[in-house]
Write a protein that binds this ligand. Structure first.
Ligand code: NAD
Ligand code: DAU
Length: 340
């Protein structure tokens, strides 16, 4: 069995690579990544010498490179994590999101059609459903919730999802899609809420909370997401969408306060800044389908997962300090410099 993973030098893809090496050491695992600002080879350092692992630096939009790789490796299962993933960056510059997230998905599926696979799995997001109101806690996203996107990022992911379903219906490509809620855990790039707040708090820098901090996200420990994808790509029904989430809704402000407390930092570091444009209010997943069909349930409680995550950032300072000392400085200045 050969599994090809795209975007494996990023946050979730990297965690998935480590999960797969441990669970299926006998399987061959190929990782394709363009190594954008979000891709980090040091994330993959622990598996680089594994004879059943191969890393290939390539852009998923580069048809020639992707076809060459399929000819050499003949993957059985392809899991597409590669994407531009940060909502704020998509608001600044949508184009690369449309290229990578939609056209890259097309190239990967064309390769799957040309060379044949048993499964193409698309890693999607709950953001394709838009948002839910704060005053209706009874509402959740199900797989039947209409697509209704807010940002260029979520629109590009929704475009990709529609294309995946079209390749199944039109060409019979054996596809599946998973739509997960917000992940947290090791190797999370410090532009996203939780790692940004941990890094800033450790450096005694202001903690920039958008708007009033009342927006709600449904947090899942990244390893639980990896386990769910593994189940769906092997046992999920072809042509189906599976929502992934653990009923763990939290307001942003409560997460930031929790991080301050865990690191023994004062809440006076919290700074309310201008809101994100088009900011989604609440995400909440109904995971009934993946639970009843595939037996998946989240295993890590938020209280434990956030402690493990904070400890990982304390133990792996060189990983994130290297990131925030480079080009990230310019990004930070542009996004937060004049944001009041
Ligand atoms: P990330 O930004 O941390 O990593 C993305 C990876 O893709 C990086 O290694 C980057 O180098 C690579 N990449 C980007 N463009 C590429 C290209 N053109 N060719 C090859 N590689 C490319 O993202 P993440 O948070 O790990 O998200 C992974 C996937 O999961 C994305 O598809 C995202 O939409 C989805 N998702 C993320 C979350 C979350 O909470 N982070 C939740 C649900 C779904
Ligand atoms: O729901 C799944 C999605 O979760 C994924 O599809 C995306 O790839 C992933 O980035 C994430 O999107 P969010 O926009 O929810 O994540 P982010 O960490 O950027 O923001 C989480 C919340 O925190 C959101 O309401 C905005 C807020 N926020 C974020 C940052 C970076 C702040 O208040 N301050 C910040 O500095």
């Amino acid at each position: 069995m050969t599994v090809l993973v795209t975007g494996g030098a990023g946050f979730i893809g990297g965690n998935f690579v480590h999960f797969m090496r441990k669970k299926y050491p006998e399987e061959r695992l190929i990782c394709v990544d363009k190594l954008t600002y979000a891709g980090n080879l040091s994330t993959l350092a622990p598996v680089m010498d594994d004879p059943n692992f191969r890393f290939v630096k390539a852009d998923i939009c580069d048809r020639e490179a992707i076809y060459k790789l399929f000819e050499a490796e003949h993957p059985d299962i392809v899991v597409n994590f590669a994407a531009e993933s940060h909502v704020d960056r998509s608001i600044e510059n949508p184009e690369i999101f449309l290229k990578t997230n939609i056209l890259g998905t097309q190239v990967m599926m064309d390769a799957c059609r040309k060379y044949g696979v048993t499964r193409y799995h698309q890693v999607s997001t709950d953001e394709v459903y838009g948002d839910l109101p704060l005053d209706r806690p009874d509402l959740f996203f199900t797989e039947e919730t209409p697509i209704h996107t807010s940002s260029p990022y979520s629109s590009s992911k929704a475009g990709a999802d529609l294309l995946v379903l079209a390749y199944h219906r039109t060409y019979g490509l054996p596809v599946s899609i998973s739509r997960c809620s917000n992940n947290y855990g090791p190797y999370h790039f410090p532009e996203k809420l939780i790692p940004l707040m941990i890094a800033n708090a450790l450096n005694d820098k202001p903690l920039p909370v958008y708007g009033e901090g009342l927006n709600v996200r449904d947090w899942l420990y990244v390893e639980d997401h990896c386990k769910a994808i593994d189940l769906v790509m092997r046992n999920g029904r072809v042509g189906e969408v599976y929502n992934i989430g653990g009923h763990n809704e939290m307001r942003n402000i409560d997460i930031v306060k929790m991080i301050c407390k865990a690191l023994d930092k004062p809440e006076s570091l919290i700074t309310y800044v201008a809101d994100r444009k088009g900011h989604d209010m609440r995400y909440a997943i109904d995971p009934t389908k993946i639970h009843t069909e595939l037996g998946w349930l989240p295993e890590t409680k938020f209280e434990d997962g956030i402690q493990k995550t904070i400890q990982w950032y304390l133990d792996n300072k060189e990983w994130w300090e290297e990131i925030i000392s480079g080009e990230y400085q310019n990004y930070y200045e542009k996004m937060y410099g004049n944001r009041s």
